[in-house]
Design a protein around this ligand. Sequence first.
Ligand code: PMP
Length: 364
Amino acid sequence: ALSPRQEVTALPIYNAGISASTAQQVSGRQDIAALASNENPYGASPAVATALRSLVPSRYSDSASGALRQALSDKLGTATDRIVCGNGSEELIAALCRAYLQKDDTVLTISPCFGLHEIEPMAAGAHVIKVPMTTAFDYDVDALVRELARRPKIVFISSPSNPAGKALSLPELNRLLDAVQPATLFVLDEAYFELIDPGYPDGLKVLTQRLALSWVVLRTFSKAYGLAGLRVGYGISSDDSIAQAMRACLTTFNINAAAQLAAVAALQDDGWTREASAKIRRDRAILADRLRELGVRVVPSQTNFLFIDVATEAAPVASALLQKGIIVKPWTEASYTNFLRVSIGTAGDNERFVWELGRALGMA
Ligand code: PMP
């Protein structure tokens, strides 16, 4: 029989979660609380719908995402030729692995980690070293510094972290950057950048000072901007040769025309995004308090989700919640199988989750 490459045979399929339609079938309910994928419960800026009226579906999209890269360049103060747009930031993670990894290269990340920070390097035949976070779910900077000295080809670090939720402080980020060797590409995945509390560093500004290092900052329109379904992410790189290499590894018309129009409009409606993010942060604090009242351990979060320890296998708890029409993500990585990740939804969805979780854990 025809066999794929050995790396591909061994590859886990990314757990993209359960769809609302499946949840409707399983629960027999129409009103699904979709709290597994860290989407924005408030949708997107109304400016997006207006912009989509000028969509011309018969024409190919701009393969260079020119207007979007220009809008990002204006906002971030970075040259357009250092910016690359992807079909979600996950496409950029894949492109980086395709561009830079050879079989048996080493990639460094943390655990628990965002699944694709492990799966994409594995697909390229690389070995992935995962440094566990501390028991308090802080980044183990000492251990990461030791691993950086061994010059991994790529480092993928999400800050704020998915799934744990904390963000790197400025001293922590600087200690890591001091340890990055010239042979290493440092990828800072800031998918949740817009949701962090004041006082945390802007990774792009910090990295921009590091002229001697090779780095990429990844961000996305899927979270605070509310465009998860349209699939748009972007990367800013330390120099245009990295952007060029990534672009060479993308499909030609990788971002469709609707998504490009929507992203430009969303980017320009800063006020809407700030307001939605503020509401999510407020509800994050309320949900965390309610869960702690239930006696559940909640990791402090700088994101639109919480990582919670249910003190029992999380998968059956998630199944019980699914029966009630609530989708959450039980963590499957070794050492973390007592944890659920739950997105911050509307206030109503959050209350429903707390109530049903209490029942599932036998507390109500
Ligand atoms: N990075 C991190 C850390 C994420 O949590 C996610 C989404 N869950 C992504 C990247 C990918 O986001 P997207 O492809 O929707 O831009």
